[in-house]
Ligand binder design. Sequence first.
Ligand SMILES: Cc1cc2nc3c(=O)[nH]c(=O)nc-3n(C[C@H](O)[C@H](O)[C@H](O)COP(=O)(O)OP(=O)(O)OC[C@H]3O[C@@H](n4cnc5c(N)ncnc54)[C@H](O)[C@@H]3O)c2cc1C
Length: 409
Amino acid sequence: MAGTDRRTVLKLAAASAALAACSPAVRVSEKHVAVIGGGIIGASIAYHLTKAGMKVTLLERGKLAERASRGTFAWINATWAKQPRAYHAFNQDGLLGWHRLQSDLGIPVRWGGSLEWFETDTRQARLAEQIAEQVEWGEPAEMIEPEALRELEGKVDFTGVEQAAYSPNDGAVDPVLATEMLVAAAIELGATVQENCSVERVTPNANGQSVLQTQCGDLAVDKFVLATGADPEATARLAGLDIPQRSTPGVIVVTTPQPRLINRIIVAPGVHIHQRDDGRIVLGEQDGAPDTAAHMERLRDRPNRFPEQVFADQHAMRILSIAEQYVPGMLDADVEDVFIGWRPLPLDGHPVLGTSPANPTAYLAIMHSGVSLAPIVGEVVAQEISMGVAAEVLAPYRPGRDFAEVRRY
Ligand SMILES: Cc1cc2nc3c(=O)[nH]c(=O)nc-3n(C[C@H](O)[C@H](O)[C@H](O)COP(=O)(O)OP(=O)(O)OC[C@H]3O[C@@H](n4cnc5c(N)ncnc54)[C@H](O)[C@@H]3O)c2cc1C
């Protein structure tokens, strides 16, 4: 395959975005691509592939966005945690991609930035260094003082905070709505979408295609994309390649709609908080599950719900009480949803994007930070598959790499 540099791929993506914004997709290939998984990643890939003129079928085991893309905090960012620089730049491209989706499809994105701080002086000093690195890498981030913090967020209690990192480019979405809008746009452009359709097995046929054996019948395709999220054995079973994952759970609490309390993403010790356009406040806990044998056993099947409502209520109250320290106005907020999300987290912390070395018709798309990355991943994967090019920007994320070195994501 010929190499294509990142700038070229992005130019091509921007050109095809402009084209699709004003015309329905023109089928440029009769090659049939199935996208397996109707989370935000599968939805974005299906949309961009259809827009690129491919024949696309999206297959989802349950309902759209019912796994990680529902139990996510949905903060769109390229923060200090996105290491090294190339991965940071990829996330910056993700942010730009959200601006394109917002203007092309009208997907609501709440921009305004994030405010982040830690408890200890040592960690705060490290944060200041990390923000200096961010600035070098092109982020307009800065450390700001209490007076400026209060000007930005008058209803947040910053008691004891001497400085916080302000990253003005960040935003947040309603991930379920965004997924549904991407899928609706794909259907509009000609994609077929089948929910309640689990792909169970893949076998080759005599034409060099893969036959997907699904709960809703067999489907022969020229290529399939596995956007199956945090399912540890899906890639081995369906693409012949075991991707080591260290998926971790996180509890997400969503309140009923509240009057406007905050405008930015608050990344405070113990909890992440943002308020959607519809007034709902989203809380992401920062403590992981206790590292005990009993918990391991309970979490073995990666449940999205607590076994009993009483436990869900307890966890919601615990997380709400941390959040209320910072946003006292949410004291009376009722809880609408408590969900345990599982991060699709390849062992080294980076996305897995590319053709399986074990099956040339299988393309893998498994990643954490998938909300930040969904637009750029959709654009570049669609370019690779529809044009048969290898995008240089994806070189660090190929499935055949050595996963031993753990990085931050
Ligand atoms: C607690 C938490 C907080 C997070 N916070 C952020 C954040 O702030 N910012 C950010 O950018 N990212 C965040 N993430 C990560 C982000 O949410 C994920 O990277 C993203 O949602 C992954 O999307 P996906 O489509 O790959 O996976 P999913 O949404 O899990 O979708 C995979 C889909 O595949 C389907 N599927 C699986 N197997 C089959 C099969 N055999 N046949 C058919 N369908 C199948 C599943 O049913 C599922 O719907 C967070 C994640 C969690 C859990």
